[in-house]
Design a protein around this ligand. Structure first.
Ligand code: FAQ
Length: 330
């Protein structure tokens, strides 16, 4: 006679799956880590693969606005620093693709989706970098927002993601300081240089705030991601925290933020800011931002230009595998 399933066993679950699910629930409730070989719900796997691959794509596309300025950096020192920063972003993309691969999606597939325009990357990289001061504003505001968003991700429940974020955040801190230092030098330079710095801050401020994602009421993924300990704070909480940091730092720069509605709300203990243009955000996400087409075209070109490297690496790997098999058979 067939035995009835245990009370909390889902009817379609095997005993192994049930044990896996119980272990998953326990690890999440203990705030422990889930590792690649652990059982995990398909929705958890899918959410992570989505967020980590989007994050990886952002790092790779995010190289473009700054790479444009490497050949125009105003000194050898600035050029060396900028090159190192852009290379760091490539490294971040690689750690993140590796973390995403542990969830079962090959990197080739993630790249294919990006090239085909099917994958998202951060809205911020669809804005143009038009002056040297933009290198300062990107470092200070964009890397600053990235850090505010990513430090809590070091505690993400998925082990490979959390561990990748630790190293990434350390490097992003250096990036933010170099951006701050570019702006500080310009802000203390000639009136024209100070004006250029202020103009860059004016243009990057609102897009940087949008990096945290849509308002909480309009964020379909936040609630579940927070229940799974992937996200630790909501989009609005992190945005508010970031505004609070920037409002102090901008005073040291001797510049201003283009927002006269910043205030600390004692009741909610949150920093408030002027409303953001969420229609613009949606346009950028729909592929109609100022530089979407240019960024994608450049990414496709780079992918095609790199085909020979991938082919050579695959041929070398095949050669080694064949040699190893022959040696084993001998
Ligand atoms: N841009 O339900 P939510 C960097 C999408 S930093 C584009 O709130 P979630 C460093 C979202 O994916 C930049 N899309 O989603 C650097 C979702 O789409 P889907 C990268 C956005 O995931 C500096 C939909 O809207 N950082 O690269 C954006 O819970 C300088 C609904 O939104 C990260 O990716 C946006 N701004 O929260 C590099 C951090 N916001 O898939 C070079 C990790 C939302 O449902 C130079 N990611 N969407 O169709 C995260 O923390 C989260 O994924 C959020 C979004 C907070 C971005």
């Amino acid at each position: 006679m067939a035995t009835a399933p245990a009370v909390d066993q889902m009817p379609s679950e095997t005993p192994d799956e049930q044990a896996g699910r119980e272990q998953f629930d326990r690890l999440i409730s203990e705030d422990s880590r889930i590792e690649p070989r652990d059982w995990m719900p398909e929705a958890y796997r899918k959410t992570l693969a989505r967020q980590i691959s989007q994050h990886a794509h952002s790092e790779i596309i995010g190289m473009q606005p700054e790479a444009n300025w490497i050949s125009r950096a105003p000194s050898l020192k600035r050029k060396a620093i900028l090159m190192a920063k852009v290379q760091d972003e490539a490294g971040h993309g690689l750690y993140l693709y590796s973390a995403a691969e542990t969830l079962g999606t090959p990197r080739d597939k993630m790249t294919e989706d990006l090239i085909a325009g099917k994958a998202r990357y951060s809205s911020i990289f669809n804005y143009p970098a038009v002056t040297w001061a933009d290198m300062g504003a990107i470092g200070w505001l964009v890397d600053g927002a990235a850090i505010a968003n990513q430090v809590p991700l070091c505690r993400a429940s998925y082990g490979p993601y959390g561990r990748a974020m630790v190293r990434i955040c350390k490097e992003e801190s250096f990036h933010q300081r170099q951006g701050f230092e570019i702006l500080l030098e310009l802000a203390n330079g000639t009136p024209a240089q100070k004006e250029m710095a202020q103009d860059a801050v004016n243009r990057w401020y609102a897009p940087a705030l949008m990096m945290f994602g849509p308002p909480d009421d309009d964020s379909p993924n936040s609630k579940q991601s927070m229940a799974w300990n992937i996200k630790r704070f909501s989009n609005d909480e992190l945005r508010s925290r970031f505004v609070g940091m920037m409002v102090e730092q901008v005073k040291v720069l001797g510049l201003t933020l283009p927002d006269d509605q910043i205030r600390f709300n004692e009741d909610t203990q949150q920093w408030e800011h002027a409303p953001l243009d969420w229609d613009e955000f949606k346009e950028v996400l729909a592929g109609r931002g100022p530089c979407n087409a240019q960024r994608m075209e450049r990414r496709r070109e780079a992918h095609e230009d790199g085909a020979w490297v991938r082919e050579a690496a695959a041929a070398y790997a095949d050669k080694r595998a064949t040699a190893a098999a022959q040696q084993k058979a001998a």
